[in-house]
Design a protein around this ligand. Structure first.
Ligand code: ATP
Ligand code: MG
Length: 247
């Protein structure tokens, strides 16, 4: 389980292998266009240790989402080496990358990406349904428990359209956590939320990291996130700036 089933408390269930390298990018470039005339990422090299909490900042259009999606195996780099969670992704097939994502990555999108026809718990269950041979009852129980852990167990049967932005984002986070991912990638998870909901969402993500030992990478414009992260990575025009690591 992601969190303890003891109400109101948490216990350590699974620790990340802290100190091990979980992300290694070397000279990654991403170009698009029929003649690859547009460069989105340029010579990005980046190493991240397992269990770290990293904030990624940069202006709109600087390449933050592209970087996250290359790390998460959703897009492929045009050149360079992409080594994540022990796998080389630069020449992996779409099928292999899909398996890699299911096994290792929890992705929280800025715009939630919930399926409108499914209830909250059914949305949360989607990765489990895709990946496991668990019976429907076990999958449902686990999805409902994960929503409970995030404080919205009473909304498990609601459709996304019946939920507030903060509640929808928590459903999306529950979906990203249900597979107990090694690596949690959150693309402006608080971008659409008011201050209170944003603070709640951040607490949930940081708790997932602490309890589950996950590595957390958050794209954000929120100065508070940058002050709580272990490292801040600034991207300017598709390049990673030299870092000022926090003490
Ligand atoms: N498939 C594509 N084809 C053409 N241009 C693209 C493609 N994907 C991204 N871009 C461009 O690459 C640049 C970086 O996009 P990206 O989405 O990574 O930026 P971002 O830093 O996440 O921006 P934002 O803060 O607005 O979300 C943008 O100029 C975008 O228009
Ligand atoms: Mg973006």
């Amino acid at each position: 389980m992601i969190f303890s089933d003891v109400p109101g408390s948490m216990r350590l269930v699974k620790m990340g292998e802290s100190g091990m390298r979980i992300i290694d990018l070397e000279h990654v470039c991403k170009k698009v266009g029929s003649a690859q005339e547009k460069t989105i990422l340029s010579d990005v090299s980046l190493s991240v240790d397992s269990g770290a909490y990293i904030a990624v900042r940069g202006r709109s259009g600087s390449g933050k989402s592209t970087l996250l999606s290359i790390i998460g195996g959703m897009q492929q780099a045009t050149s360079g080496r992409v080594h994540v969670c022990g796998e080389s992704l630069e020449s992996a097939s779409e099928e292999r990358r899909a398996r890699f994502r299911l096994k290792n990555i929890g992705f929280v999108f800025q715009s939630f990406h919930l399926l409108g026809r499914l209830s909250a718990w059914e949305n949360v269950a989607v990765p489990l349904v895709l990946s496991s041979r668990l019976k429907r009852g076990s999958i449902e129980a686990r999805a409902r428990q994960t929503l409970n852990d995030l404080g919205i167990g009473d909304l498990a049967d609601a459709r996304p359209s019946q939920l507030s932005g903060g509640q929808q984002q928590r459903v999306a986070i529950a979906r990203s956590l249900i597979m107990e991912p090694n690596l949690l990638l959150a693309d402006e998870p608080t971008g659409n939320l008011d201050e209170h909901s944003a603070a709640e969402v951040m607490t949930v993500l940081e708790r997932a990291r602490a309890v589950n030992g996950a590595t957390l990478i958050i794209v954000t414009h929120d100065p508070m996130v940058a002050t709580t992260a272990d490292r801040v990575i600034d991207i300017v025009d598709g390049r990673v700036c030299p870092e000022g690591a926090r003490e």
